[in-house]
Design a protein around this ligand. Structure first.
Ligand code: ADP
Ligand code: ZN
Length: 210
């Protein structure tokens, strides 16, 4: 079983690439942001708590993230691709205590490029498919190509929340590259290339792990 982690700032394409990798290598995609959004939509206890942080662009406190992870991962079914977890040193320690991680891939992208990508990003409220209004818009404006539901921007893709999320990344998440480099499992990939180019680079890395 192969377990990988994707780390990258908002707009680095980590969600898109995680989804593609999960499909290509038959891995389970663990996207903590999407899992929280589902809780928010369903107004669960965890969702109501998480919403207060997420809409401001702040990280959800670790104990709620651990609760989410525990209830979301089906034990020993498939390998995993973590997308959006870990984001703090405490989360990284929690992860390596419980799972053997084969590779941590850092999708590196300049901040200005990242901001441009996020401001043109929209996503399907139902199936979560993401679109970029500049480079890959839905065929029909505001309608998901896949499921026909409403496509719009995320509540936390507003300027103040974007700034806050990027600074959270720089303050708390970027140091995880050092944490995993010390374990000799980190690798950096340039995320400014096209989705296809980045994906083919990731496939080269991941296929070596099997
Ligand atoms: P992005 O990477 O663009 O910020 P995500 O969908 O990955 O988008 O996450 C959205 C929000 O969900 C984050 O800003 C944060 O509030 C919360 N979140 C997701 N994963 C975590 C995590 N591992 N730890 C704390 N908060 C998280
Ligand atoms: Zn959809």
């Amino acid at each position: 079983m192969v377990n990988i982690v994707l780390i990258g700032k908002q707009g680095s394409g980590k969600g898109t690439q995680a989804k593609l990798l999960a499909k290509q290598f038959d891995l389970e995609h663990i996207n903590t942001g999407a899992l929280f959004r589902k809780h928010i939509e369903e107004q669960t206890h965890l969702g109501i708590i998480a919403d207060e942080y997420i809409k401001k662009g702040e990280l959800v406190p670790d104990k709620f993230v651990f609760q989410l992870i525990e209830e979301s991962i089906e034990p020993d079914i498939k390998g995993l691709v973590f997308d959006g977890f870990p984001r703090t040193l405490e989360q990284a320690a929690y992860l390596v205590e419980r799972y053997r991680i084969d590779k941590v891939i850092y999708l590196s992208l300049p901040i200005e490029v990242a901001k441009k990508r996020i401001t043109s990003r929209v996503e399907c409220k139902n199936c979560g498919k993401t679109y970029n209004l500049l480079t890959s818009p839905p065929l029909m404006e505001g309608v998901c190509d896949v499921c026909g539901s409403v496509v719009g921007s995320r509540a936390d893709d507003k300027p103040e929340a974007i700034e806050k999320r990027i600074s959270e990344f720089l303050e708390k998440t970027k140091i995880l590259i050092d944490f995993f480099s010390k374990r000799d499992i980190a690798i950096t990939v340039d995320a400014s290339a096209s989705v296809e180019e980045v994906f083919s680079e990731l496939c080269e890395i991941v296929k070596e792990l099997f």
